[in-house]
Design a binder for this molecule. Sequence first.
Ligand code: OGA
Ligand code: NI
Length: 350
Amino acid sequence: MASLTSSPPVQLPLIDVSPLLQGSPSESLSACVSSIDAACREFGFFLIENHGVDPTLQQRMHELSLQFFALPEEVKAEIKMDVGGSAWRGWFPVGGELTSGLPDQKEGLYFGAELPATDPRVAAKVPLHGPNLFPASPPQLKEVVNEWFGEMRRLGKALLRGVALGLKMPEDYFEQNIAADPTCLFRIFHYPPSKSASEWGVGEHTDYGLITLLAQDSCGGLQVKLPHHDVGWLSVPALPGVLVINLGDMLDRLTEGRYRSTPHRVKNASGRDRLSFPFFVDPSWDAVVKAMPLEGAPPSDDASRRWDGKSVHAWEGTYGTYLTAKVSKCFPELFTEVQENKDGPKQSMY
Ligand code: OGA
Ligand code: NI
């Protein structure tokens, strides 16, 4: 029997972000900023609409990606990740990534900022830096990925301005500090239909950086474990034209837990092939990530509840070291060189 006192089901907020893109202060901007702040505090996850990204661009990327994933394994393997090594670009097969220690039931294409071999960081073999590996077929995928990359970087910067304002900081706080040259990563994932209840498309994890902008198709399957609601795993709706935004560990670290990086996972139970397109906007590679000077006392640490049992607040260092340590756990064979290089920065917490 429904009780009059029962609370409504928890739902992720859907935020109209157009005021953030117009660039002039307005009443609707302050309403938008307070919705973002409330969503970051309460959920670490929210949905956005009116973000200005052409819906046909995602459609084209979806179709071209399906064409690529349908190619024979040996053709896809022409750009397999081993080709770029620790530059971390190209294709990996189903089971090739271990997000939470077990093989994920997904295959994917990894992209990052396009850097030529002559770039000093590429020449010095700094992990995660290098040229992209684009497939020869379908040839149009390169152009569409580059366009999406630019759109997401633009939107990610606008969202970070909103996050800064929500924290009562100057709107260019991130641009002026730790995200002056943001580390941007983009992935295209294909999740085949799930075959077993015990296998995950992506195991439980939090994202590593500042914010993630995820486009997904209509299959659904993304689940989140909300930090302040005891409702188990909540399914994130898959709505046309809507992007999912979630916070990464560095925003949790910067805000000393006022904003949490929320654990999430994926199971594709739709019976269809699922595609998703996560774009990560992260601190600059060399940025030292420390707590921001924010008002009020932060909440207590949540290490014991975190998926990896590690406190993100006890950690100190540059974002590059954090990311390399995380990524080398997911792709151990690509990073043997990095792990063996003991002269590099210390990664003791891992
Ligand atoms: C990720 C992630 C979700 C998805 O890449 O970190 O959580 O739907 N992806 O692919
Ligand atoms: Ni994630």
